[in-house]
Ligand binder design. Structure first.
Ligand SMILES: [Zn+2]
Length: 95
């Protein structure tokens, strides 16, 4: 098993979150989409501006995952696939 990372099975709930800057690109994000009413501290998310993984901290602000956490993230095939889709979306939107 992959370190207990839960992957949403659908993305039909968008929750408003405290505004927080992406640790990679600095874009301020204030919402997340998944299958739960709200993300939990320690949940991964994928920035839709730079497609890099980030982690929610105890206040649901975005933090940069450690190298080990990034490895955990990419070890989950569904997450790696979602990241690839997000990266393609980012590329397609870059003029
Ligand atoms: Zn970003």
């Amino acid at each position: 098993m992959s370190a207990g990372i839960e992957v949403p099975t659908k993305f039909d709930r968008t929750s408003q979150l405290p505004a927080s800057a992406c640790p990679t690109c600095g874009k301020v994000l204030d919402a997340a989409t998944g299958d739960a009413p709200k993300p939990s501290p320690g949940d991964f998310t994928i920035c839709l501006c730079c497609a890099e993984p980030a982690l929610f901290d105890d206040d649901l602000a975005l933090g940069a995952p450690t190298g080990e956490e990034v490895e955990e993230f990419y070890a989950v095939p569904e997450l790696a696939r979602m990241q690839a889709l997000a990266a393609r979306r980012v590329r397609d939107q870059t003029p």
